[in-house]
Design a binder for this molecule. Sequence first.
Ligand code: ADP
Ligand code: UDP
Length: 236
Amino acid sequence: MSGYKRVLLKLSGEALMGDDAYGINRATIVKMVEDIAQVARSGVQVAIVIGGGNIFRGVAGGAVGMDRATADYMGMLATVMNSLALADAMRHAGLLARVMSAISIDQVVESYVRPKALQYLEEGKLVIFAGGTGNPFFTTDTAAALRAAEIGAEVMLKATKVDGIYTADPASDPAATRYTSISFDEAIVKRLQVMDATAFALCRDQGLPIRVFSIFKPGALLRVVQGESEGTLVHL
Ligand SMILES: Nc1ncnc2c1ncn2[C@@H]1O[C@H](COP(=O)(O)OP(=O)(O)O)[C@@H](O)[C@H]1O
Ligand SMILES: O=c1ccn([C@@H]2O[C@H](COP(=O)(O)OP(=O)(O)O)[C@@H](O)[C@H]2O)c(=O)[nH]1
């Protein structure tokens, strides 16, 4: 049904809150899993990176006087919690998922080992990469770009709160218009804040296209994987 054999899906941590003030909204996670199940059952190999902004955002902690690196480690641990919640929801939906963490917490979750991740994907299991890159001063978008490159994903799919990349942040500028496609260089030069420059640059250097689309739009993920025009494509 689609040209893609292997994709890396980045899910917004903040979107997991649904209409709640923080944490994980059950209905939201169940809906996300239904969308992922459709794609996985069509035979596409899916690896996932989920953020942690719904539980903890390092930059915000830094702003109130906390040591930035410590705050970032808390953010990485938040992504482990989200990954476990997501894997559990997948199990309920009858999907086989494995969580692999960039930070060793052996009693809780398996550590990231690249060949093992590749093996799981080939076996048709969903792989959730937790713990970000394992380093402070990075984001889960960068972790997603890194893992996408490592596993040879054909595209990085960023499912977020907005339905694509806009000329300015649509949350603060109602006059902003959406790009159907944009080059990496233009996205970096224009400092479009939808992703950080490190993540954009890594994808650009690896020739890895990114598609940004809405996490809330029903069926959007399937349409993206089928190669239909949805959201914004970032290309070389
Ligand atoms: N030029 C832009 N186009 C689209 N979204 C933008 C832009 N600039 C800033 N944003 C904001 O970026 C957010 C998505 O990025 P981020 O908060 O990192 O999401 P995530 O939680 O998915 O990592 C959106 O909520 C949107 O308001
Ligand atoms: O490689 C990484 C990935 C994440 N984080 C921390 O984890 C937080 C949660 O991730 P992010 O904000 O990217 O999640 P999302 O925006 O998707 O909710 C970040 O703010 C950082 O503090 C980090 O330090 N290194």
